[in-house]
Design a protein around this ligand. Structure first.
Ligand code: NAP
Ligand code: G4F
Length: 326
């Protein structure tokens, strides 16, 4: 009998890669989607006929219970969240309702419907915030710097709490930034790769960014969803850091991305106050040695490959819209 998985957030970047991976592994994949006035299935349109999409929302516990009752998954991957840090400053309550309390609603629904379900929580390196040690591992104390980070700390601890209180197989994957050509356009990596392509094709003259000195441990999303699956195949639930172990600044990302198309970022990047944050996370770099030892997981895509694949994908996406290029 095929194993059944439920993915919340299936329309997002990670949801689309995880759905592909689970289909490849022979799972029956159900994706929970929320109501919207326009279709948001762009990232999963190529596999939509192999998925079962069901309505539900992390803000509505009855909808979660109904999804679990009707589809009886063996594994639940909770990827849904208000995931953009900048938005969390403007919408802190919505972020808390979705990204924090949404986790409790889903865990409670699992406890009520089928406590044997294995649960994955999409925790974040943003929880480390103003880091108290370098690199960060599973024992590093949290110091979140945004309403999003605070909400993720809650989501992490409620996952641990349901594991310890009700013996749920509930795992928290603490993933460092991971990117791809399917990354939302508001996140800095995709904003840069898309901006580079637009400039190269003569569609724009500048790229407005915020803090260029922030450093992140950037990996490739396709590599990271495999770690999620591996975590739920372990006999016991636990917490794992997933990261490359390398850190690079936004400035370096710009240098490489513009350099890839023969341009100098200094000719095009303009710093703009609007994109700075009330509190910044200056430096993230993860230590994924536990994941390597226990899960046998390691990243496959280098930073340079990641930057190049994102720029190439945006050039291909936009090339039919371009004027004679630079
Ligand atoms: P994403 O592209 O922003 O996707 C977020 C998903 O959540 C979308 O499918 C969205 O649906 C859904 N969603 C939002 N609010 C919802 C609600 N109230 N009910 C149900 N679904 C809702 O995020 P991602 O980059 O794939 O990240 C996946 C998860 O990993 C998130 O929890 C994120 O916080 C976490 N994370 C991401 C990273 C990273 O670097 N990517 C690192 C660490 C942790 P719509 O399509 O309808 O908007
Ligand atoms: O791409 P970002 O918006 O990602 P951020 O804030 O690191 O959050 C992402 O990674 C987290 C994991 O640590 C996830 F949990 C979260 O869901 C999300 O996926 O910003 C990265 C850095 C920041 O320091 C920001 O200040 O880039 C800096 N930055 C500079 N200019 C900018 C810009 N960020 C954005 N989005 N837009 C800019 O113009």
């Amino acid at each position: 009998m095929a194993r059944r998985a439920l993915i919340t957030g299936i329309t997002g970047q990670d949801g689309s890669y995880l759905a592909e991976l689970l289909l490849e592994k022979g799972y029956e994949v159900t994706g929970m989607v929320r109501r919207s006035s326009t279709v948001t299935f762009e990232r999963i349109s190529h596999i939509q006929d192999r998925l079962t999409l069901v309505p539900g929302d992390l803000l509505d516990e009855a909808s979660l219970i109904e999804v679990l009752r009707s589809h009886r998954p063996h594994e639940v991957y909770n990827l849904a969240a208000q995931s953009f840090v900048q938005t969390s400053f403007g919408q802190p309550v919505l972020t808390g309702e979705t990204t924090a309390l949404g986790v409790t609603r889903l865990l409670d629904a699992i406890r009520l419907v089928d406590p044997d379900i294995r649960f994955y929580q999409a925790s974040s390196s943003e929880m480390f915030g103003k880091v108290v040690e370098v690199p960060q591992n599973e024992r590093t104390p949290f110091y979140p710097r945004s309403p999003y980070g605070v909400a993720k700390v809650y989501g992490h601890w409620i996952t641990v709490n349901y594991r310890e209180s009700y013996q749920l197989h509930a795992t928290s994957g603490i993933l460092f930034n991971h990117e791809s050509s399917r990354r939302g356009l508001e996140f800095v990596t995709r904003k840069i790769s898309h901006g580079v392509a637009r400039i190269k094709l003569g569609l724009d003259d500048e790229l407005r960014l915020g803090n260029l000195e922030a450093q992140r441990d950037w990996g490739y999303a396709g590599d990271y969803v495999e770690a999620m699956w591996l975590m739920l195949q372990q006999d016991a639930a636990d917490d794992y850091v997933i990261a490359t172990g390398e850190t690079h600044s936004v400035r370096e990302f710009c240098e490489l991305a513009f350099g890839h198309v023969g341009l100098d970022y200094e000719d095009f990047v303009v710093q703009d106050e609007r994109f700075f944050r009330p509190a910044e996370v200056d430096l993230l770099v993860g230590d994924a040695s536990k994941a390597r030892a226990v899960l046998g997981w390691k990243p496959k895509t280098s930073f340079e490959e990641l930057v190049h694949l994102m720029v190439d994908a945006d050039l291909a996406l936009l090339s039919d819209r371009g004027r004679p290029g630079r």
